[in-house]
Ligand binder design. Sequence first.
Ligand SMILES: Cc1ncc(COP(=O)(O)O)c(C=O)c1O
Length: 398
Amino acid sequence: MNILRKRFLAHVAQTSPEPMMVEVERAEGAFFYTPEGKRYYDLVAGVSVSNVGHANPAVVRAVQEQAARYMHVMVYGEMVERPQVEYATRIAALLPGAIDSVYFVNSGAEAVEGALKLAKRYTGRTEMISMRRAYHGSTHGAMSMMGAPEGEEWKGAFRPLLPDVQAIEFNDFASLERITRRTACVLAEPVQGEAGVRPPAPGYLEALRRRCDEVGALLLFDEIQTGMGRTGAMFASLKYGVEPDIVCLAKAFGGGMPLGAFAARHEIMATLQRDPVLGHITTFGGHPVCCAAGLAALDYLVEHRIVEQVERKGVLYEELLRDHPAVVGIRRSGLLLAVELGASERLFRMMALFKEEGILSDWFLYCDTAFRISPPLTISEEEVRDSAAIVRRCLDRL
Ligand SMILES: Cc1ncc(COP(=O)(O)O)c(C=O)c1O
């Protein structure tokens, strides 16, 4: 084992007993490379982060220029900083409906924390409803919203968590009745990611919206994984035509830099300013270098019409893989795919084969029988065909 790996094991905290231990030398487009020169197709994209590809020159330039101009100046929300203002203005124009106020934070979990606090503050209610097999982040509040009982295996050891939280089954119309006048908010991923890619049933998000309106609860969409083009529209809420009251963003929102946000109508957002003031504060939220990177990535998506190509590439993966006898089924929204193998032993064997053959994939928190395909959205059709051929080779060897 080389010295870097030894030091990694000794001094960098690990999240599992058997880390992958693949060393990254550099990354470009849909690939990353090890110091030995081995090339990997990145079919995870940092878990739906690198939507515009690794080392995208437009993003690199924006980061370098902003870093040289100024980095951190003063805690978020007081100073006028051009990268924040320009990015918030662009995002507000693209977000559904009347959402026009963007609160920048550092991560997805923090975006969820802010959104939950905002919903409680605005409605004056305390009950919060989440979906079974939801994932919203790893802090106490976000973790509280991992829908039990399925979320229990992840969060049980950390109780007590937030009180007054309930979970309903995603796509189950009957359980919408559990949303009542006590409910401050319902938090949902429009397409459930870590559940193993579960798109909404026809009419479900509309029914959820209607029920929230009936009882005066706020509807919160976690678009942290589905946002910035992943499902074939800039936001999944636009794809499915349902407007939330608050939307949470992160991952690809920072163009590869750490950045998140929760966004709402100005009238809702303004409740964080008073009684008391400083309802949510964050030192680094909206870091100017991260905002510059996110804005450059957004510009790249729009100028190169990347989002318009997402559905075609997603369909192509599906066509190239679905007839393989080892594939039990494929669930998909845009370029977010779960390829179902039917058994976790097969999935873990597949992961080992992927590592040998130069593919980075992953399983899902609530689904260890399917592997993930969520490459940079900029992957070319030729690269889709080539990576699918390697995946098929691994499936042959299963
Ligand atoms: C849907 C969803 N929400 C929230 C998060 C948490 O984001 P972060 O890891 O930036 O806290 C994730 C991360 O995987 C996610 O997929």
